[in-house]
Structure formats: structure tokens, C-alpha cells
Design a protein. Sequence first.
Length: 209
Amino acid sequence: MKERRQPIVAVLGHVDHGKTSLLDHIRSLGSDRQSSVMAREAGGITQHIGATEVPSEVLNDLCAPLMGGKNFNSPGLLFIDTPGHHSFSTLRTRGGSLADIAILVIDLVDGCKPQTLESMRILRQAKTPFVVACNKVDRVHGWQSEYGRAMAVSLREQSKDVLALFDQKYWQLVGQFGEHEFNLERYDHITDLRRRGDSRPTSSNYWVG
């Protein structure tokens, strides 16, 4: 029997929108130690394609409550981190084209930037499905952050004024995607994944989401 390969997950987005810090969290899954690749990179900016393997044992342990007793049938997931700086367009194209699925990381407060739009074009041309990580929600003015908290819990514990600011930034982002013919919806509001893109609020600084 042919051995199954690891599905490849590309992580793309504009420079300094939190791709590598998000992957630092993923690298630490199943471990008591925190990874910090970002701290070792020049200026905290990715300048090459890096790879991170998450074995199926870790995925099964983490996702068991959501999978109804089912297990992953692959050896795990292979995440690749692509540079967000404008000088590394070729590396982003390669990473986005070879992936089975992608995570497009966007600073929720900053919204879509040039390399965000370029990444969207790359994924569309390659027909690569992707999830949008609406990152850095902790930058929303007044946001109350607690390390490692589930996003659903974090949203419930914000004030009405903060949630109004969050919604304003989120719907601005949805509008930007709509201008480029992408239908985006928050993960907990989606009823049909075939018609709407999946977006998830995150804070890689606080490992939330």
C-alpha cells in the first residue's frame, strides 16, 4: 500500500502580520516548551521558507473532543512559513502553489496590504483552499487579553464597546475581500463552506484562537 504523505499547509500574508508567531504556537503543540523562531530571525522577519511538522499523535490528542472518536489518517501536517516581505514574491508563489491548503494571516487592525492581496491572487491561481486568520485582535482598543484562552470565551468577555470596534474592523476586512470577489464569513456564522470563506479571529501574541 502506498504510504500517505503529510498534507502541506502554507502560511502566507503581509510582512509583520504575525505568520511566524502563529507558527511558533503551532510548533509548541504537544510540548511544554514554547518555540520562538521569530526571536531568531533578522528583525523578526522571515527571509526563507521554513517547515514545521505536527505529528498525527499530537493532532489526535488535541482534536479528539471535536472528532467524535475518529483519528487522522495521515502522518500529520507539514506547515511551511513563507516570507511576507515584498522582495520574496517567488518564495510565496512556490509555497502557495505546492500547498494542499493555506492559512492567510491578516492583521485585523491593518486589514489587507499589498502582500495580502498578492497571496490571495497566488492561492486563487493555484486553486488552493485557504482559511483566513484575522490576527492581532489584541490590537483592538480596549481588548482584554488572557494567555491561551479560547477565542469563543475571549469574545464573550469583551465589553460592548470593544466588540463594536472588533465588528467594525472585521466587517471592513470582509468588505476588502468582497472587492476581490471573495466571500468571507466568521467561522461560527458559516452555514455553507462551499459558498463562504472561513475566517477565524486569533491573537498569536497571546495564543488565542
